[in-house]
Design a protein around this ligand. Structure first.
Ligand code: 4NP
Length: 154
C-alpha cells in the first residue's frame, strides 16, 4: 500500500478540518504510523488565513499548536495527490463529488463513516455557534482520527 496521505475537507478550512488534521497528525505520531495529512476547504473565503481563534484555543487545550496552518481551497489535483479525502459534513461530501475529476484515485468518504455508530453523520459547523461547539468538534474529529489510525495501522 502506498504511504497514506489524508486530506480533511470542510467549508472554510479554518474550524473543523484544521482540527481534524491536527488530531490525525497527533494520533498517527503516537501510533508510529507513517502518513501525511493536510486540510482544505471547499470555499475560498479564508484562503491564506490562520485557523479561527476558537479552533486555535481548542487545539492548544490538547497541547497542539496549529497557528502555522493556512487555509487553502481544495483542487482537482488533490484527488490524485491524496490516497484518502475525508469530508467533514454531507454538504462537503456532495461538493467534493461534484468537482472530483474522472481520473481521481483518492478514496472519498465522510469522516464520521469511520466511527462506529456514526455512519452518515456530519461534524456540525461550529463557526456561527457558541465557543463550546469547538469542544464538540474536537471530540468528534478526535474519535475519527483514532479510528482512521487504527484502520491504517492495522
Ligand atoms: P469550517 O467553518 O468549514 O469548519 O472551517 C466555517 C468557517 C467559515 C465559514 C463557514 C464555516 N464562513 O462562512 O465563512
Amino acid at each position: 500500500m502506498p504511504r497514506p496521505a489524508l486530506l480533511f475537507v470542510c467549508l472554510g478550512n479554518i474550524c473543523r478540518s484544521p482540527l481534524a488534521e491536527a488530531a490525525f497528525r497527533e494520533e498517527a505520531a503516537r501510533a508510529g504510523l507513517d502518513a501525511t495529512a493536510d486540510s482544505a476547504g471547499t470555499g475560498d473565503w479564508h484562503v491564506g488565513t490562520a485557523p479561527d481563534r476558537r479552533a486555535l484555543a481548542e487545539a492548544l487545550r490538547h497541547g497542539l499548536d496549529i497557528s502555522g496552518y493556512r487555509a487553502r481551497q481544495v483542487s482537482p489535483e488533490d484527488f490524485r495527490r491524496f490516497t484518502h479525502i475525508l469530508a467533514l459534513d454531507r454538504q462537503n461530501l456532495a461538493d467534493l463529488q461534484a468537482i472530483a475529476p474522472a481520473d481521481a484515485t483518492a478514496s472519498l468518504s465522510l469522516l464520521l463513516d469511520h466511527v462506529d455508530g456514526r455512519k452518515g453523520c456530519s461534524v456540525a459547523d461550529p463557526y456561527f455557534g457558541a465557543d463550546e461547539g469547538f469542544a464538540e468538534t474536537w471530540r468528534e474529529v478526535h474519535l475519527a482520527a483514532q479510528a482512521l489510525v487504527r484502520a491504517l495501522a492495522g
